[in-house]
Design a protein around this ligand. Structure first.
Ligand code: SF4
Length: 352
């Protein structure tokens, strides 16, 4: 069992973020915000996939106007992603944002930050202070060498948190992001030691989905295993549903999320495989994709590890020469010709 770091609890609409609540998965819409219908569709898909918060970028006035309409059409708290503009942040708060993601460092006017804080207080909106490694500059606005960036990010975070606390605002979530997994781990450990606020974890610009998975799992997984992190967003180019799937898999692997869909165990295959395991596994994957039960299904290529995996599975297929053994809860229940494997599996699935 992972022991979570104790934090304050921050309410984002009805969703609680902090150690008193489960780790929250969030993602972002990836359609133009003014395309309200597409955004609403994406948000609903994300909620279906397991997101409890969804973030939307609002770079222009037209976007905050669209944001106000999207808020009315969905059933999940929305986060407005704001850069550079105090006006956009206030518009988003007034439009019903449950939380605003802000990098105070790129809001030029200090008075604007204070206005945002006052508006957030009035509307009970949470604020995520986001510091990104890419935006760290020294006093002369020059890029900072890598080895000094963690310390500077922490200094910057302290400065921003002080501004909010001095105005009696503590509905805060903190995030410090880098595209580098090790620096993400380092800075978040420092933030966890320094502040009592919940932490949002993520890597910036993690890459295409196939490239984003490993660094995200290492950075987020390491921190979460240490009890650090209260909400996560996996960044990957492409569909936000893929981000959500990766985020969910990370949490499931750490025992921080209850699986509600089947888990497919597939042997890696080797020269002993008695039939095309990957092809069969793909067919099984398709056959079970709409089941919403946390079943464990194994597809094994031969009898070396098959019966062992089958013992832990609700259903298992174990290949033998031109045939397959079907196991239910570790007990061999039938032997079928290879061509009848899928229908036999479906029949057993129905019984479950
Ligand atoms: S189950 Fe059999 S085929 Fe699959 S990897 Fe193990 S030994 Fe190879």
């Amino acid at each position: 069992m992972i022991k979570r770091r104790r934090t304050k609890t921050v309410k984002v609409g009805p969703v609680k973020i902090g150690s008193s609540a489960p780790v929250v998965i969030q993602s972002m819409t990836k359609a133009p915000t003014v395309d309200i219908a597409r955004c609403v569709k994406q948000i609903n898909q994300l909620v279906q996939a397991g997101c409890r918060l969804v973030r939307i970028a609002v770079p222009r006035r037209a976007d905050t106007a669209a944001f106000a309409k999207i808020v009315q059409k969905v059933n999940v708290p929305l986060i407005a992603d704001v850069h550079f503009s105090g006006a956009r942040a206030i518009e988003a708060i007034e439009a019903g944002a449950a939380k605003v993601r802000l990098n105070p460092g790129n809001i030029k006017n200090r008075k604007d930050i204070l206005r945002i804080i006052d508006a957030a207080k009035m509307h009970r909106t949470a604020i995520r202070i986001g510091v990104n490694e890419a935006s760290i500059r020294d006093l002369k606005k020059r890029p900072v060498p890598r080895e000094k960036r963690t310390a500077l990010m922490l200094t910057e975070m302290k400065k921003y948190v002080r501004i909010f606390e001095n105005r009696n605002f503590n509905r805060l979530v903190l995030s410090a992001k880098s595209s580098d997994a090790l620096r993400t781990i380092e800075i978040n450990r420092r933030i966890a030691q320094t502040f009592p606020y919940p932490i949002h974890l993520g890597l910036t610009h993690a890459g295409l989905p196939e490239d984003a998975q490993v660094p995200s799992a290492i950075a987020l997984g390491t921190l979460l295993a240490e009890g650090i992190g209260d909400t996560i967003r996996v960044s990957a180019a492409g569909s936000p549903l893929i981000e959500t799937k990766i985020a969910k898999e990370i949490l499931i692997a750490l025992g921080l999320y209850q699986r509600s869909t089947p888990e497919l165990i597939v042997c890696p295959t080797c020269a002993r495989a008695e039939f095309d395991v990957v092809k069969l596994a793909r067919r099984v994957e398709k056959a079970i994709c709409e089941i919403d039960k946390p079943l464990r299904i194994a597809v094994m290529g031969c009898v070396v590890n098959g019966p062992g995996e089958a013992a832990d599975a609700d259903l298992a297929i174990c290949a033998a020469k031109n045939k397959a053994f079907i196991y239910r809860n570790g007990r061999k229940i039938s032997t079928v010709p290879e061509s009848k494997t899928i229908p036999a599996l479906l029949k057993e699935l129905k019984k479950l």
